[in-house]
Design a protein around this ligand. Structure first.
Ligand code: APR
Length: 228
């Protein structure tokens, strides 16, 4: 089986009703990263940070996977598919994708605020102040903040280096180290990019699909399923 590696960003979940970060109505238009998405923000005002991610979790739980998530899952019938997602929603899994690496964590789990390796399922949409991990520290959202390490980046780079086909979808490629992953994909590998607003990609041999994810992803999947 050929191996398809897919790097997804907020754009793939936009049509499920989840806001992206850097589009005109994106999340970072309404919030300052420094206030809600850094270790310093958590130190300064944990209640505000907790509330921000509780709201994100509530939106994720209310959202449903869309045609792009489902199309990607159907690719597993004929390919070994590995999804590397920057998204903290669980819509790939709910659409049926099996190999999903959450580079930036997943909002449906909580995390110890002193040991990021300790993560737990969450009952409902809210992490309350006063809820603690097994070490007695306050629980926070299991997400990677700006200034924190991205623990799975090396495994992600290895996956990219072993791709037979590579697909980028719905990411502005503004945030490193995720944005650098394309550099690990061998030059000869067929690459697609699906985004209504195609970002600049250093590697030029890439098939551009300037469409929304729910249109572009089924097109690419159909092409790949017909090819094998
Ligand atoms: N279909 C496909 N792509 C879309 C759609 C859509 N319907 N709507 C918007 N997009 C594209 C935009 O054109 C843009 O290129 O999705 C991309 C969204 O970019 P960002 O908002 O920057 O999101 P992302 O690249 O996932 O952000 C990376 O930044 O704040 C951090 O941790 C956060 O994981 C996130 C990281």
């Amino acid at each position: 089986m050929k191996r398809v590696v897919v790097l997804t960003g907020a754009g793939i979940s936009a049509e499920s009703g989840l806001k992206t970060f850097r589009d005109s109505d994106g999340l970072w238009e309404g919030y300052n990263i420094e206030d809600v998405a850094t270790p310093e923000a958590w130190e300064r005002n944990p209640e505000l940070v907790q509330e921000f991610y509780n709201e994100r979790r509530r939106s994720v739980l209310e959202a449903e996977p869309n045609a792009a998530h489902f199309a990607l899952a159907s690719l597993q019938d004929k390919y070994e598919v590995h999804i590397i997602t920057q998204n903290i929603d669980d819509l790939h899994e709910r659409a049926g994708s099996q190999n999903v690496m959450h580079l930036h964590g997943v909002i449906t789990r909580s995390q110890s605020s002193i040991n990021p390796k300790l993560t737990y399922p969450i009952d409902g949409w809210e992490i309350k102040m006063g809820e603690t991990c097994e070490l007695g520290s306050q629980l926070r959202a299991h997400v990677v903040w700006f200034g924190e390490a991205v623990p799975m980046i090396e495994s992600a780079a290895v996956l990219c280096s072993q791709a037979d086909i590579f697909i980028l979808v719905g990411t502005s490629l503004a945030v490193y180290p995720a944005a650098g992953l394309i550099n690990y994909v061998p030059r000869t590998v067929t690459k697609y990019i699906i985004d209504p607003n195609i970002p600049t990609v250093a590697n030029r041999s890439i098939v551009e699909m300037p469409y929304k994810a729910t249109i572009g992803m089924p097109m690419v999947v159909e092409e790949l399923l017909a090819a094998e």
